[in-house]
Design a protein around this ligand. Sequence first.
Ligand code: HEC
Length: 203
Amino acid sequence: MKCQGKEDLFAGSFNFLEKITSKAYVFYVLFRRVFALYQLQRRTYKMRKMTFFMVLCFIFVVGVMTVFAEMPGPDSASLWNYISKESPYTQWSFWPDHQGMQPGRAPHGPLHKVYVNDMALNSTGTPVQYGSIQVKESYGKDKKLQNITVMYKVLGYNPDDGDWFWVLYGLDGSVKKEGKPAGCVGCHGSRAKNDFILVHEFK
Ligand code: HEC
């Protein structure tokens, strides 16, 4: 009996050990499953994040390409071609607070019209968006067109003075001044806070 008692006792403790180890094993297996799932999720999450990021990059690149693909460089000939043929400025808009023909000051002549493209018009504040163009027609007192001045915002063209490319054209597209003429930059520079723009007020 004694012996059997001992056996029982052993058997009991073995049972106990077995129970614990089997439970631990179950926990271990469960833990591994959960951990594997977690890793898989992390991997798919990372992959999703990467795919999402790549899609964003793609959309951005395509967007930038479509916006800038047809934009001219900062040179007077291709800018003239752009505003007279590719995207005739006379089909653009006026600033909401500067519509149609308006009286002007020297050096630009007594009357003028200022046309702006969508990039300029849709700018919500200063500095205006790159790609913005303003075309000003200067008229004499007799309302005869005299010349055309243009401001074109080009990324990296002249960072110290608002990145504007300036041109003064004759009516046939001949170039009288271009680039960063000290006169244009200096006088418009008095309104650097309004991104060198004089006829439209940004709030
Ligand atoms: C002495 C000052 C002065 C100089 C120099 C000057 N501008 Fe202006 N500009 C003005 C003023 C003032 C206006 C506002 C319209 C007006 O009164 O004629 C203006 C308006 C403009 C506009 C319409 C958009 C805006 O900013 O309001 C363009 C484009 C422009 N100028 C281009 C030029 C170019 C290009 C040159 C150089 C070739 C030049 N300007 C030189 C004073 C000047």
